[in-house]
Design a protein around this ligand. Structure first.
Ligand code: AMP
Length: 190
């Protein structure tokens, strides 16, 4: 059983890799971004609240995100392990996840960080905006999301580095190759 996180800047391919890793490991992938987008699409109260932040490239407030994740991690399908994609992104979210796991006596096995240069990410995200029509992929918003990653989420990675559970993988390359790199890196880190 594996309990892991995947962390990476916007455009690093973490959603794509998360789907592949979860299949290989036989654990459920939980993407906070996907849950928010689903709620936005269905115009739920959570979606209406989250949309304001997402469109601006801001983080949805910790209180909202934390309670959503806390609820999700109670479901039966996470008993066999999980891959959290896009959470935690702030120090407060790390503390919350620590709490949730402590209450259930569970530990994280590995934190995967996908890396990429900003220039490459901007190039990719600008392309994705045209293809997928994501409302948070215009240039100013893209830059803001990258800034938040550098300002807040890299500090999250540092916290897990201090615990000795981070596997860093270069996210640039052919999708299959990146998946192989990831599978190797998480095997040697665990
Ligand atoms: P993603 O698909 O992971 O890039 O997430 C898309 C957007 O959802 C982000 O830009 C945030 O607005 C929001 N979001 C996703 N995960 C989180 C999180 N852990 N904390 C706060 N906001 C989040």
């Amino acid at each position: 059983m594996t309990r892991m996180l995947i962390i990476g800047p916007p455009g690093s391919g973490k959603g794509t890799q998360a789907a592949r890793i979860s299949e290989r490991l036989g654990v459920v992938a939980i993407s906070t971004g996907d849950i928010f987008r689903e709620n936005v699409k269905n115009e739920t109260p959570l979606g209406i609240e989250a949309k304001k932040y997402m469109d601006a490239g801001d983080f949805v407030p910790d209180s909202v995100t934390n309670s959503m994740v806390r609820e999700r991690l109670k479901a039966d399908d996470v008993q066999e392990g999980f891959l959290l994609d896009g959470y935690p992104r702030t120090a407060a979210q790390v503390a919350e996840l620590d709490d949730i796991l402590r209450e259930t006596d569970l530990d994280l096995d590995v934190v995967l960080q996908l890396t990429a240069q900003d220039e490459e990410l901007i190039r990719r995200l600008t392309g994705r905006a045209t293809l997928d029509g994501r409302s948070d992929d215009n240039e100013a918003v893209i830059k803001h999301r990258l800034d938040l990653y550098h300002q807040q989420t890299e500090a999250v990675v540092s916290q897990y580095e201090a615990r000795g559970i981070v596997a860093k993988v270069d996210g640039i390359g052919v999708i299959d190759e990146v998946t192989e790199r990831v599978m190797y890196a998480i095997k040697v880190t665990q």
